[in-house]
Design a protein around this ligand. Structure first.
Ligand SMILES: O=C(O)CC[C@@H](O)C(=O)O
Ligand SMILES: [Zn+2]
Length: 534
């Protein structure tokens, strides 16, 4: 039974729900009509603008990517080599290539004529050794669920797909360490682990499609980071194939290893620009035996922050997620996805999840927290799920905002880290700044991580609107010493904005590392690093 509670605080029902194993949003579902005017066409340059923080030129991205670099063009001899090296693993049919040439948002489109689907690390090594020798550019691709154009070719780069590298290589029941190939789909790994009473330390709305190698390559954050930390802590080892085909076997399965530089960290979050991740080992937590979800409404963002502080104080070690969405997001969920609001209308909504090992203890803690939140007027309405279906339905309200936005028009996406008490000020500032020029300006995200997803929509791609949003959003973020990419990475779309969050010396060193590991620049060109560096 699910209990909706109002001021009467009738929170008597035990809150026991298993971890949801499959959420409702299929990330591959999108409306193609929305982006018909939004796909970038390669090779178009935009005017120069100035980043206020560093006073160095950067280019606006909405004009398109930089010109094609002088990589070799694919020849019939190349094709013959790949067909021999990868029997059955080469795709040249344009219809089959179409889905891999365009990103999930349908905002970036490349024109690759070849996709390679290796099954083994040795095959990846053979491919890259050959491409390096021939100066053929390569675009590594996992589940193609990224939001910054990092996982698709920009021009004619060869797509190197990890789709067939989907084997679990080992799981240690004692330590909870999983070792698997890079192409394992996150949701499949979650199922594999749940059968063994463990979970992945990472959960994303796109888990039905994304690959763990892509998660690591982008250092994906997601919905469990508050509790289990980032992949920089939970990834224990990596196997990586370097640009020239050398295999770097750092696939350690140790909690502690202080033998020199921690090279795997270079590849985590490098978006396939330094090497192709072929296998990972991850430290996995035990599956919690008691999971509870509350969906609450707050009148103001200050009250939402007060609720967050209270949850940390009163829920402590069992708090596993604290997510939020605003009323505008709820409107989009209602309108475009027909998802009803389970509580009364409020300006802000929070989803609080607890995960623990003692249902009675967790239930008591949650009820005391909710009672305090209501009596101190931090929360005005709420509901607590006790059934698995309701738990999933509540989570889907948070997870499906991205999908709802795709039905609202052309979407401008921003993923910023800010001091937590300031995250909603940016949404308010953007609304004031844009006046009536946007269709929707919405805020949602990971309060517990200080990570705001600010999204703006308009009926069609609108350069004037974009010019109003950027660089305003980046200047505002830099003014708080925030990050212009909290968890989505830089990819193609955000690469030139790196200077808002990193000093020139740091970006220069990144360029040196890129040159050292990939001297010909064949790995995922035009991504992550700014154009003025290369
Ligand atoms: O679509 C977005 O802007 C955010 C996607 C994802 O990071 C989320 O937290 O839902
Ligand atoms: Zn997110």
């Amino acid at each position: 039974m699910d209990v909706a509670f109002r001021t009467s605080l009738r929170l008597k029902t035990a809150v026991r729900s298993p971890v949801s194993s499959c959420r409702l949003w299929s990330p591959r579902v999108w409306s193609s009509r929305v982006w018909s005017t939004g796909v970038w066409s390669p090779g178009v340059w935009s005017p120069r603008v100035w980043s206020p923080r560093v006073r160095s030129p950067c280019r606006r991205l909405h004009g398109g990517p930089p010109p094609r670099r002088p990589f070799s063009r694919l020849s019939s001899e190349d094709l013959a080599f790949f067909r021999e090296t990868l029997p059955g693993g080469t795709v040249t049919d344009p219809d089959l290539l179409e889905a891999s040439n365009v990103d999930w948002l349908k905002s970036v489109r490349g024109h690759s004529e070849l996709m390679l689907r290796p099954q083994t690390t040795a095959q990846v090594s053979d491919i890259l050794r050959y491409c390096h020798g021939r100066s053929l550019a390569v675009s590594p691709q996992g589940g193609n669920t990224g939001l910054v154009g990092g996982g698709v070719p920009v021009y004619d780069e060869i797509i190197l797909s990890t789709a067939l590298m989907d084997q679990v290589l080992g799981f240690d029941q004692v330590s909870g360490i999983l070792t698997c190939q890079a192409g394992c789909v996150l949701e499949s790994l979650s199922r594999y682990l749940e059968d063994r009473d463990f979970i992945m330390p990472l959960d994303l709305g796109s888990k039905g499609s994304c690959h763990v190698g892509g998660n690591v390559a982008t250092n994906a954050g997601g919905l469990r980071l508050l509790r289990y930390g980032s992949l920089r802590g939970t990834v224990l080892g990596l196997e990586v194939v370097l640009a020239d085909g050398r295999v770097l076997d750092c696939l350690a399965t140790l909690r502690k290893d202080n033998t020199g530089y921690d090279l795997k960290q270079l590849f985590i979050g490098s978006e396939g620009t330094l090497g192709v991740i072929t296998a990972v080992s991850v430290l996995c937590p035990r599956k919690p035996s008691a999971v509870n979800v509350a969906f609450l409404g707050c009148e103001t963002f200050d009250q939402l922050l007060g609720t967050f502080r209270l949850s940390k104080r009163m829920l402590g070690e069992i708090l596993s997620a604290f997510e939020f969405l605003d009323a505008a997001c709820m409107g989009l969920l209602n309108t475009h996805l027909k998802l009803p609001n389970p509580i009364s209308d409020c300006p802000f909504y929070v989803l609080v999840e607890t995960s623990g090992s003692d249902a009675a203890h967790d239930e008591e803690k949650l009820h005391r927290f909710l009672e305090e939140a209501m009596t101190s007027s931090l929360v005005t309405d709420g509901t607590v799920a006790t059934e698995d279906a309701k738990v999933k339905a509540l989570w889907s309200l948070r997870e499906r905002v991205t999908e709802a936005l795709t039905h609202d028009g052309f979407t401008y996406k921003y993923d910023v880290s800010l001091p937590v008490e300031r995250i909603y000020q940016l949404v308010t500032a953007m609304r004031t700044h844009l006046g009536g020029r946007a269709r929707s300006v919405v805020g949602y995200g990971h309060v517990g991580d200080g990570n705001l997803h600010l999204n703006v929509t308009s009926p069609a791609r609108d350069p004037a609107l974009l010019a109003a949003i950027e660089p305003f959003v980046y200047e505002w973020t830099a003014g708080c010493r925030g990050s212009v990419s909290a968890e989505h990475g830089l990819g193609l779309k955000k690469r030139n904005f790196i200077y808002y969050s990193k000093p020139r010396a740091a970006v220069g060193l990144m360029g040196d590392i890129k040159t050292l590991l990939d001297p010909k620049g064949i790995l995922n060109p035009y991504k992550t690093l700014p154009d003025d560096l290369l």
